[in-house]
Design a protein. Structure first.
Length: 239
């Protein structure tokens, strides 16, 4: 393959899924924070902006349903669409990710060796993806319990409802912090990408950045051979 100035990293389907995920999580976070901190100035401000307690609940449940719909579609996409299934296989955790994590700690903390070489997704990106998957199920299950609280209390003890409320609230707060602190900085605000990575908009990455951040993927794309045995098992492909 002849190198070009940029290359497509994420197709349009993935970019649309990411956009819907981003909007729904932002709205769920803001409406959730308004309820959790309703007795503070921030909570009262958010509640006022969102149209009061009743409208806040409608907005929160609407975007919850949008997120659930996205989850259902994403499940279909990775199972029954060829490109989605191939993408999913690349982000499945492997033994190399554990070794990369140890190597990263040795390099960043102890100053030994060199940073690990990543394929299309490094161990941090895989952690974020599977963190979203786990958080999705926690929020959906606990959210439905709280949404249909009266019906749930008919079959579940009161303490379970209370624990569910705590889980839902603090899981939502954790997602908010990860989204707006770790993910926002790591993807957009760190010196390599500041002021913003455009991958989520046009799906493209420069070859210079690809070679620097995902050298194994670069080698595969421009050598025509899988970068490692684990990448071959994962169905890694050249685009």
């Amino acid at each position: 393959m002849k190198p070009a100035e940029t290359i497509e990293r994420f197709n349009r389907n993935l970019r649309i899924q990411h956009f819907i995920l981003m909007i729904s999580m932002i709205m769920l976070s803001l409406t959730g924070l308004a309820l959790k901190f309703h007795d503070t100035w921030l909570g009262r401000l958010l509640m006022a902006i969102e149209g009061g307690f009743g409208m806040r609940g409608i907005i929160h449940r609407t975007f919850a349903l949008i997120l659930i719909g996205l989850g259902v579609y994403h499940f279909y996409y990775i199972l029954f669409r060829k490109e989605g299934h191939e993408e999913f296989l690349r982000i499945v955790p492997r033994g190399k990710d554990v070794r990369d994590f140890v190597q990263y700690l040795r390099f960043s903390i102890l100053g030994k060796g060199e940073p690990p070489k990543a394929g299309k997704y490094d161990f941090r990106q895989k952690f974020q993806y599977w963190g979203v998957v786990a958080g999705f199920w926690v929020m959906v299950i606990t959210g439905f319990v709280l949404w249909f609280e009266s019906a749930a209390m008919a079959v579940l003890p009161k303490w379970f409802i209370d624990v569910t409320l705590v889980f839902h609230g603090y899981e939502g707060l954790l997602i908010f912090l990860v989204l707006f602190l770790y993910h926002l900085y790591n993807v957009h605000l760190n010196p390599d990408h500041f002021p913003m990575s455009r991958v989520w908009l046009d799906g493209k990455i420069s070859l210079e950045q690809l070679k620097k951040e995902h050298p194994l993927e670069y080698e595969e794309l421009f050598s025509g051979a899988p970068s490692s045995e684990e990448e071959r098992e994962g169905g890694h492909r050249a685009q």
